[in-house]
Design a protein around this ligand. Structure first.
Ligand code: NAG
Ligand code: NAG
Ligand code: NAG
Ligand code: NAG
Ligand code: NAG
Length: 238
């Protein structure tokens, strides 16, 4: 057996020697982490498309085809969120946040929910506002524990108004929230939407920032993460 060993090493060396240029070529084609691109978007660290570029599965980005070309997405609790790019703050990224529609003709109080529980992600109250499109409702945002974190009253208005609504500060960082929509007047319009959006992506105007209306389906929002997050935070009931 012993006398096969040198031969084996020679083959191994030859193999590595032949493979090396191929590996090098493959490596030089991969963009550096933090410089990967998907469509027009550069994926900021610690997010990444290639498995060597994200440190946690939370930061995995997939590049998916859409009607408007390929776009990057992260998946948070089963929901695909489009990545819009780097946020100008540490531990934050700009995402395209879907609005919650509330459409109910028969009851006075309706609600919608968003959930980032069990993930390191949260919406920072420093970087985002709560907003709502609609007419004549009190829009309230509540924490997971049903504590009110802010609210605003939409102007009373007619069907023909597409840019009616309100926005306000939120009083705490959010991982999970519920929105309550309460009609303030008998003629309040039941259709409404609610959303968390980036303070700095729109020009503030009363009563709703310029560019948001009843046709808005997504709004840019700053998504932060807790860099010392260590797992699911399993709760024990005693
Ligand atoms: C990339 O940017 C160009 C110019 O701004 C735009 O026309 C094009 O639609 C963008 N493509 C994607 C996939 O977003
Ligand atoms: C909310 O998150 C920000 C990070 O954007 C942090 O600086 C701030 O201390 C947090 N606020 C609370 C009340 O935890
Ligand atoms: C938005 O409002 C305008 C004006 O009232 C209306 O014509 C349009 O159908 C509304 N769009 C949606 C998506 O509800
Ligand atoms: C929000 O709505 C729920 C049920 O729709 C209701 O139980 C709760 O009292 C409402 N909270 C506020 C602050 O309006
Ligand atoms: C970040 O996560 C750690 C560990 O899970 C936790 O102790 C800490 O309170 C979290 N910080 C914030 C600001 O949520």
């Amino acid at each position: 057996m012993g006398f096969h060993l040198p031969l084996y090493f020679i083959f191994l060396l030859l193999f590595l020697f032949l493979l090396c240029p191929i590996l090098q070529a493959a490596e030089s084609q991969e963009p550096a982490c933090g410089k990967e691109a998907c469509g027009n978007i550069t994926i900021p660290s610690p997010f990444g498309i290639h498995s060597t570029c994200y440190t946690e599965p939370w930061f995995r980005v997939t590049c998916n085809p859409t009607l408007n070309g390929v776009k990057p997405f992260i998946n948070v609790n089963g929901i695909d969120l489009e990545v819009l790019g780097k946020a100008l703050y540490s531990d934050a990224i700009l995402i395209n946040n879907p609005v919650t529609y509330i459409n109910c003709d028969s009851i006075n109080e309706v609600s919608g929910r968003v959930n980032l529980l069990g993930t390191p992600f949260f919406f920072s109250s420093k970087r985002n506002y709560f907003g709502s499109v609609g007419c004549g409702n009190l829009a309230t945002i509540l924490s997971n524990e049903a504590v009110s974190l802010g609210g605003c009253i939409q102007p009373r208005c007619d069907d023909g108004v597409s840019e009616s609504g309100c926005f306000t500060q939120i009083t705490a960082n959010l991982t999970s929230y519920t929105v309550n929509m309460t009609a303030m007047y008998p003629d309040s319009k039941r259709w409404a939407s609610a959303f968390i959006f980036s303070k700095y992506s729109f020009r503030s105007a009363y009563p709703l920032p310029t560019g948001i209306n009843n046709g808005t389906t997504h709004v840019p929002a700053v998504l932060n993460w807790n860099s010392t997050y260590c797992g699911d935070g399993v709760d024990f009931t005693i």
